[in-house]
Design a binder for this molecule. Structure first.
Ligand code: AMP
Length: 500
């Protein structure tokens, strides 16, 4: 049998993946080499075979060329792809099948797709209701639709509507008139192409002449409607009385609507924290990491800008958090905890972990590099340079990251502009998962010292008074962050003391 294929690489555009690799160094002395590609869909560490919707071109097995296109992947989902080389004697002898190390592909936003299959669901003399086939989506992809329509022959006088659902009702139209309509889908990657024009016609005007049968039907209809209204009125009064008798204490609104996703795994259950880290992070070979210059001082030690070059991959710029040589037990534990937690998250508004170095000193946490650094300093240095729309879009990013964390039952406890990092394109990402600063030094007095440290100005009253930290108290902190952002990094509550 042949040896394993080498250097499996990929490129990803939206949800379309192209995989390629180099042939095995040993063909087994035969000419009948083929490849089989195995796809798995992963959620944290549990993986299952990809569904039938994932389509391989030309196919997943029997490939003679070292490349394959993969379509039908889901947005915001992780996949692994492994490639095996076979020939006519594979599986016949004791020699093991040889598969190249699997590549891990994290799919982000979906690319917009062309909208098709329009159906006229309802029409009268002044309106048209049309629906179309939504692109296949099983995950939380944010897709909206743009509908452009105009009277036939009047293209210059078009109207545009934006919709969240794959259907539209056009109203105030002319009777017995043809309208042309084009639709395109828009995802965070931008708009897709417009669909071909679809023509729909409104009904001729109603003449007003009603037959005897129609009049009888209308009378019955009106009576039935009045009866229904009466019934509804009585029902609502009864319900109202019942509710007054038994007040609803669940006012948070959190539990009822919460989407249950797998909660993150913390480090506490592990006797040996290094084992926890191994499960959720990638241990990098220190020779792949180059440290360049110091960009910040974290609780654990210096933070560097640097680069990471993984075998077979392009060099990328990264941030490298180091653990100083004089670390205490609690610093070591929190350092590993930050990496373990970060390694379980995958969201465009959460700082991405590239890997860790724990087997050599100094220990390192390597993350994506955020060109504009911490949000509070960035805003102070760029006061009045951003429009309200830009500021609100930063907040929207933070809200999106925090929603993701709360869906995984992770309570941040220290959401503040200083713990948000900003990319070159002003995308904001939540960082700081170690709680370290809460437990360690705090020269600025941000974290109150008595009875366990708490970032007083950012913390909800029930969390200060009773130490009840929940997603709801994170929402309070988000309110403070909104204030920080809109005031270009001012200190919340100005010169008041923490006590005040
Ligand atoms: P931290 O210990 O996470 O608070 O990091 C200390 C400082 O290092 C931050 O305030 C940032 O200025 C900088 N820093 C940390 N992580 C990154 C990153 N991923 N990209 C750029 N700068 C970072």
């Amino acid at each position: 049998p042949p040896s394993a294929p080498r250097n499996v690489s990929f490129s990803l555009i939206g949800t379309q993946l192209n995989l390629w690799w180099q042939p095995p160094s040993d063909h087994g002395g035969r000419k009948d080499l083929t490849y089989t590609v195995f796809c798995q869909r992963c959620h944290f560490l549990s993986c299952e075979p990809c569904e039938a919707g994932v389509i391989f071109s030309p196919s997943a097995s029997g490939l003679t060329k070292p490349a394959v296109d993969v379509d039908g992947l889901e947005a915001y989902t992780n996949y692994t792809f492994a490639v095996e080389a076979r020939n006519g004697v594979s599986g016949m002898g004791p020699a093991p099948q040889r598969t190249a190390p699997a590549v891990w592909v994290a799919v982000g936003h979906a690319a917009p797709v062309t909208v098709s299959q329009f159906v006229l669901t309802q029409r009268d003399d002044s309106s048209l209701s049309v629906s179309w086939l939504a692109p296949r989506q099983r995950s939380r992809t944010s897709v909206e639709y743009e509908v452009m329509f105009f009277e036939k022959g009047e293209e210059a006088r078009y109207t545009v509507k934006h919709l969240l659902e794959p259907n539209v009702t056009l109203t105030d139209l002319q009777p017995d008139t043809a309208y042309l309509l084009r639709v395109r889908s828009i995802t965070p990657l931008g708009p897709g192409p417009y669909s071909p024009e679809q023509e729909f016609r409104t009904l001729p005007p109603d003449t007003g002449a009603l037959s005897g049968g129609v009049i009888v039907t209308i009378i019955f209809g009106v009576l039935l409607f009045i009866g229904l209204l009466l019934g509804l009125f009585i029902f609502c009064r009864k319900q109202g009385r019942r509710r007054q008798a038994r007040p609803d204490y669940n006012t948070s609104g959190f539990d009822r609507e919460k989407v249950w996703l797998k909660p993150y795994v913390d480090l506490q259950p592990y006797d040996d924290p290094s084992r926890g880290v191994l499960e959720f992070t990638k241990e990098l070979n220190v020779s792949c990491v180059t440290m360049e210059n110091v960009i910040g001082e974290g609780e654990f030690g210096e933070v560097y800008r640097g680069s990471l070059r993984l075998p077979g991959k392009e060099r990328i710029v990264v941030a490298i958090k180091t653990l100083k040589s004089t670390y205490s037990d609690s610093q070591w534990w929190n350092f590993l905890r930050e990496a373990t937690i970060m390694g379980q998250f995958n969201h465009p508004n959460i700082v991405r972990l590239e890997g860790v170095v724990t087997k050599r000193r100094p220990m390192m946490i390597i993350t994506e590099y955020m060109e504009n650094g911490a949000l509070d300093t960035f805003l102070r240095e760029n006061e009045e340079k951003f429009s309200p729309v830009q500021l609100v879009s930063m907040l929207q990013g933070i809200a999106s990251g925090m929603t993701y964390l709360s869906e995984h039952n992770y309570v941040h406890r220290d959401l503040a502009a200083r713990n948000i990092l900003v990319t070159r394109s002003l995308q904001c990402k939540v960082s700081d998962f170690g709680l370290s600063r809460i437990l360690e030094n705090d020269a600025e007095g941000t974290y109150e010292t008595k009875g366990g440290k708490i970032p007083i100005r950012w913390t909800a009253p029930e969390a200060i008074a009773h130490r009840i930290f929940t997603s709801a108290s994170d929402v309070w902190s988000f309110g403070i962050v909104m204030w920080e952002v809109l005031s270009f990094g001012d200190k919340p509550y100005g010169n008041m003391t923490n006590q005040e």
